[in-house]
Every structure is written in C-alpha cells, then in structure tokens.
Ligand binder design. Structure first.
Ligand code: CA
Length: 232
C-alpha cells in the first residue's frame, strides 16, 4: 500500500489516545481514533486501517469482542492493549485473534517497536492471507479487484450487486434488515423505493444461487436477509 501507514487507536481514555495519536503522527503515521467498541467496528470499516491498537477494557463491546468481529473478515494486525493484571493468558488464550499485546503503562517506544514488528509480519504474509478476501463456503470475494468466484467460476456482478453481496458476506450468519442494507449499500441519502433491495437480492440469486444450485442468500420474512455459512 502506498502512502502513510494508518493506525486505528481504540481507547476510551481520551488523554491516553490523544497522547498515542500525537506520538504516532510525529513518527509519520496516519491516525484514526475510536473511543468505544462499536465505534471501533465502524471506523475500521470506513477507514480500512493498516494496523489496530485495541484497548481490552472498553465500554460497549470489549476489545476481545471487537477483535473477534474484525477477524471474521480481516487479517489486519491487531495489538491488544491490556492493563496490569490482565495477563497474556487472558488475552491471547481467549482465541480473540490478536497478534500481539502491550501492557499498560507502556513506553511509547514499545508501541512503535510492536507496530513495526506486526507490520513486517503482515507484509510477509501478504501473499497467503489476503485481508481483502471474503469467503463464504466456496464463494470468494476479492474486495481489491472486486471479483467473485464460486469454485473456479467467475461471477460477473454489477457494482451495486457486488457491494450488496460483500455487505452480506461481511456480516454472514447475521440477519440484516432492508433498511440497514439500504443505508450501507445505497447510502443514507437514498430516497427511492425500499423494494430495490429485494430486486437486487433477486439479481444475486439468479446469478449465484439459482445458476449454481446452491443456497447462499436466505430470507427471514418481515425481517431481512442473510448469507449462511454452513449448508444444511
Ligand atoms: Ca479502557
């Protein structure tokens, strides 16, 4: 990736996140900040950071939960920040998917060092674990090249169809309402018919489910849609 490395700081202590932000910027990093767990997921999706510094104890979603959710779709390096007494066992043993951890209070040089190590690992793994790739069963989406494959078959989708499918696959196994889909895929300023979602779901089903005789997109009547990971 060209340009500055973008760091997402997830920390509810404003003073601490401000301090780390200034130090990182001084080192030449781009910095984005989230002050709680839910924000962290949002900012992560919007900003696509290169690395995440994630506080363990957060209001709302815990650091562990944030980590798990991000890991469902991304291999971005995550460094967990823990307070004294929250041991490595606790953090890493929970299978949260964090790459490393730092204990508070920390020296800022330690943060720099951990970031460099994590990014080096990421570069090494770049070929094998592609964070731009979403997968549900034998269906693979490449967010970089915006291509979709089912086994060895290329599936041609329009831009909107791709965005809709990517949103469903990112949130696989979670039922999503038409309103959520409209907001996320069509944007908040969309004022057209809400049944546009149903129309596009039908397009996707025609091109994928029906064509390859596999059921990916499920309907929960009156609620919304979801993509299911395991076949029945
Ligand atoms: Ca905290």
């Amino acid at each position: 990736m060209e340009g500055k490395t973008k760091v997402l700081i997830v920390e509810d202590e404003a003073k601490l996140s401000r301090f780390v932000e200034l130090e990182l910027k001084h080192e030449g990093y781009d910095v984005v900040i989230a002050s709680d767990g839910r924000k962290a997921i949002e900012v992560f999706e919007e900003e696509a950071p290169d690395i995440i510094l994630l506080d363990l104890m957060l209001p709302g979603l815990s650091g562990i939960e944030v980590c798990r959710r991000i890991r469902k779709t991304s291999a971005v390096p995550i460094i967990m920040i823990t307070a004294k007494g929250e041991t490595m066992d606790k953090v890493m043993g929970l299978d949260s998917g964090a790459d490393d951890y730092i204990t508070k209070p920390f020296a800022i040089e330690e943060v720099f060092a951990r970031i460099r190590v994590a990014l080096k690992h990421k570069r090494k793994d770049a070929d094998t674990s592609d964070e731009n790739r979403l997968k549900v069963r034998n269906l693979t989406l490449d967010l970089g090249s915006r291509t979709v494959r089912l086994d060895d078959n290329n599936i041609e989708l329009t831009k909107r169809e791709f965005d809709l499918l990517a949103f469903l696959v990112k949130n696989k196994n979670i039922v999503i309402s038409r309103e959520q889909i409209l907001n996320k895929v069509w944007g908040y300023n969309y004022f057209g018919e809400t049944n546009v979602v149903d129309v596009y779901i039908r397009y996707l089903r025609t091109k994928i489910d029906d064509k390859y005789n596999q059921k990916f997109i499920h309907t929960i009547r009156g609620v919304g849609y979801y993509v299911k990971d395991d076949e029945e």
